[in-house]
Design a protein around this ligand. Structure first.
Ligand SMILES: NC(=O)c1ccc[n+]([C@@H]2O[C@H](COP(=O)([O-])OP(=O)(O)OC[C@H]3O[C@@H](n4cnc5c(N)ncnc54)[C@H](OP(=O)(O)O)[C@@H]3O)[C@@H](O)[C@H]2O)c1
Length: 348
């Protein structure tokens, strides 16, 4: 039996994404075969495909051809020898980095995320990457407290809307930087919007919060935003940057600021957040936080903003939509049975 994947055949725009068929094989030792039910279209999928990711062109970057797709919800379809954490039929999530735009993917059996089967895969899949970043930057990096005043840079995106929802739930006073056309989503979560095209966010916040901010959550990772944010923090204030820097030179300049802020006695802290510790370190905090997020979704306390749902094999169109800059929240790819369930026509 064959299965289809969406392969980035070379670096470039969405047109380099092509459907490729491969034979379905049995999983190897320690491996599980996952039938993909939903995959998010994530910003890192796009930067990797365009060759603009931090590590593009280095041995750590994705090499074409590759299957993009950072975050997945699926069902365990087969397991290889020595897989004991999951069994066939289990609903799981995969923080895959790459490989999610496919009907099936193979993944380490000990790196699968338990997901309640009652959850809609379209709603659950943004929790695998965008919500874990939002939750951990708020609760583990910034250690926010109810009543604190927080600025979110990139508030209308997949992670930004997750920060707004989780921030409202945590009782924060929020400001958000976003395009004017998307301000309604920020006000809907009780945040005060700032238009980065026509307003200077430093001036706006300085006027509104003369005592300074407790926390800035920065999804842009640009030195101008970082310097402006640091200038707005009160004594004891925390800046957490989780965005992808524009390249190694930009990262180097940011790292110099990072060292200076954290070494010099100025009463402020600057943290950089990345999910790489999931692969390199202790997975337990991630599993705890995903479990919390799935519970919040089940209880209706969070509801991912989903701008559009596409059939899995229309990943190129879905990528083009996210790249257009018009999206608020998330874009999701769905397997045929879930796409048809929402009235869509799935052409194979
Ligand atoms: N650290 C990690 O582990 C991790 C994981 C996933 C993603 N990321 C990174 O986190 C960042 C955000 O990801 P995402 O998934 O939320 O992306 P997204 O859904 O594509 O959203 C991007 C956001 O950037 C905003 N934006 C664009 N230009 C801007 C500017 N000049 N000033 C302020 N905002 C601007 C957009 O705002 P408007 O549309 O309102 O203009 C949009 O809200 C990306 O850099 C991504 O690569 C990091």
């Amino acid at each position: 039996m064959n299965y289809k994947s969406i392969v980035a055949t070379k670096t470039g725009g969405p047109e380099v994404l092509q459907i490729v068929e491969k034979e379905l094989r049995e999983p190897g030792a320690g491996e599980a075969r996952i039938k993909v039910l939903a995959a998010s279209v994530c910003r890192p999928d796009i930067t990797a495909r365009r060759g603009e990711a931090l590590y593009s062109g280095t041995p750590l970057g994705q090499k074409t051809p590759f299957v993009p797709g950072y975050s997945v919800i699926g069902t365990v379809d087969a397991i290889g020898a020595r897989v004991s954490d999951v069994t066939v039929g289990d609903r799981v999530g995969v923080l895959a980095v790459a490989g999610g735009y496919a009907e099936y993917l193979y993944w380490r059996g000990d790196r699968l995320i338990p997901v309640p089967a009652t959850l809609d895969p379209a709603q659950a899949v943004p929790l695998i990457l965008n919500y874990i970043v939002a939750y951990q930057t708020l609760h583990r990096s910034a250690r926010i407290q109810a009543g604190e005043t927080v600025l979110i840079i990139g508030a209308s995106g997949g992670i930004g809307t997750a920060l707004l929802q989780l921030g409202q739930l945590a009782g924060l006073k929020m400001y958000g930087v976003a395009s004017k056309s998307k301000h309604h989503i920020l006000t809907g979560y009780g945040a005060t919007p700032i238009d980065y095209r026509t307003q200077d966010f430093v001036e706006v916040i300085r006027q509104a919060e003369p005592d300074g901010l407790d926390v800035v959550l920065d999804g842009m990772m640009r030195l101008d935003y970082i310097r402006g944010s640091l200038s707005l923090l009160r004594h004891g204030g925390r800046l957490v940057s989780f965005g992808e820097p524009a390249g190694l030179a930009a990262l180097w300049r940011i790292l110099m600021t990072f060292v200076a802020v954290n070494v010099l006695p100025n009463g402020k802290s600057f943290k950089l957040y990345g999910t790489s510790s999931y692969f390199l370190g202790n997975k337990q905090p991630y599993l705890e936080d995903w479990a919390t997020l799935f519970r919040l979704l089940e209880e209706g306390k969070i509801k991912p903003v989903i701008e559009a749902k596409f059939p899995l094999l229309e990943a190129a169109q879905a990528n083009a939509l996210l790249e257009s800059g018009t999206v608020t929240g998330n874009v999701v790819l769905l397997a045929p049975e879930f796409f048809r369930a929402i009235g869509g026509e799935y052409v194979t």
